[in-house]
Design a protein around this ligand. Structure first.
Ligand SMILES: [Zn+2]
Ligand SMILES: [Zn+2]
Length: 274
């Protein structure tokens, strides 16, 4: 879950209460992380986030203590950008804060935040889009090999504004081989694959990752973790029963969470709740 400390709409407490109302017993906060200065969106939240980060950490910690007394587990996590040329920056940041879990996310290629605006994609020819897809999965391999992350976020976010082209690309053997390498890098480096309902709320209108990638992941027995990537009080645990059905249709019977850097599994049933 994200909060008002970045570009979310609600406070830490409001998000917590919304997650409780959905019946969650394990509630993870994974606010965005600061990025090196050059890497920003045209309308960015980095200034606010940098100022608010100590408050985020303090507020989630206080809430975790209170929640524990009520038998609920609240986790202080982070969604950190992986920027291949600035691994040092991310490593130093993560070292200075003891997060319960770290989600690694790819959102930038060079200084371009590729998930920022559909208008950026509109003029791109198909060949250029394919280069972007290829680089995305090459970066994902480096991200997994960096040893900095517990979970790989939205593992086909790059499809966000061109889902048709992305699907066509995935029909090719070379694309599936590359994506397969990225999934193997997750498995072999102990990184869980996020299965996220955020894609359902974005222009691609499809769970992250799509069915082709789910099938590859299931074949590799790659462990998964469910996420809603909530940015407002309406979306904690958004469409979780649909995520369970989706994962079950590929043979998955359990999902995982990371608590204080240790994996714990949560069985689920197809139409059920965790
Ligand atoms: Zn966000
Ligand atoms: Zn993200």
């Amino acid at each position: 879950m994200h909060t008002r400390h970045s570009h979310g709409e609600a406070t830490v407490r409001e998000m917590y209460l919304a997650a409780r109302a959905r019946g969650l017993a394990v509630i993870g906060f994974s606010e965005h992380s600061p990025r090196p200065a050059a890497f920003c969106y045209p309308h960015d939240y980095q200034d606010r986030l940098e100022k608010g980060l100590p408050d985020y950490i303090r507020e989630v910690r206080e809430l975790a203590g209170e929640a524990k007394r009520n038998g609920v587990c609240v986790l202080l996590g982070i969604e950190a950008d992986y920027i291949p040329t600035r691994e040092d920056f991310t490593a130093a940041f993560l070292k200075s804060h003891p997060f319960a879990y770290v989600i690694g996310g790819l959102h930038f290629q060079d200084e371009w935040g590729f998930d920022g605006a559909a208008a950026d994609w509109a003029p791109l020819p198909r060949a250029r889009r394919r280069e972007i897809y290829v680089r995305y999965y090459e970066d994902m391999i480096s991200m997994c090999e960096s040893g900095l992350f517990d979970i790989a976020a939205h593992p086909d976010l790059v499809k966000i504004f061109s889902v048709g082209d992305f699907r066509d690309w995935m029909e090719e053997k070379s694309a599936r081989a590359l994506v397969g390498e990225a999934l193997k890098a997750m498995r072999d480096n102990g990184v869980l694959m996020e299965v996220s309902s955020a894609g359902l709320r974005k222009p691609c209108r499809e769970i992250y990752p799509g069915p082709r990638i789910m099938a590859l992941a299931a074949k590799l027995e790659l462990p998964i973790s469910f996420a809603s990537d909530a940015h407002c009080v309406n979306t904690p645990a958004y469409a979780f029963p649909a995520l369970a059905d989706y994962a079950a249709s590929f043979g998955y019977k359990e999902s995982w969470v990371v608590v204080d850097k240790e994996r714990k599994h949560l069985p689920f049933t197809a139409s059920g709740r965790q």
